[in-house]
Design a protein around this ligand. Structure first.
Ligand code: ZN
Length: 132
């Protein structure tokens, strides 16, 4: 079994989606596995990972705008750290994605990319990649 791959993502904003296809593809290459399944996992409680459109950046802008509407930054939350909105967004989006690997390549649709989702930045974050 290939060892765990990992890389870091430095975010610049409180909320930001960062494309990570290239980093994940590099981790797949380092795994030496040509055909299998790749899990991308974010070990953070205020971040996430998702797959969505990479062509029109307005799609990501709309997703972020709607998430902010549904889960406002302040809403009488109990959590004393003051970042409950980020925790809730993290749970909604999820901490992992599973992607197919074929001929050593990440299998995604033409318009799809993997995005690291920052909900409480800016920070330096870790992304873990396991290929089996
Ligand atoms: Zn917190």
């Amino acid at each position: 079994m290939a060892k765990l791959g990992q890389f870091t993502v430095r975010t610049q904003s409180r909320i930001q989606f960062v494309r990570i296809d290239e980093e994940v593809q590099r981790a797949i290459g380092e795994s030496g596995i040509d055909d299998g399944i790749c899990t991308v996992f974010v070990p953070h409680t205020t971040a996430g990972v998702t797959i969505n459109e990479n062509a029109d950046p307005d799609v990501i802008r709309d997703i972020i705008a709607e998430l902010n509407k549904v889960i406002p930054f302040s809403d009488g939350y109990q959590h004393s750290e003051g970042n409950s909105a980020a925790h809730i967004k993290s749970s909604l989006v999820g901490a992992s994605e599973t992607v197919l690997v074929e001929n050593g390549r990440l299998v995604l649709g033409t318009w799809q990319s993997l995005f690291f989702c920052e909900f409480d930045g800016p920070r330096t974050r870790r992304v873990l990649v396991k290929v089996i």
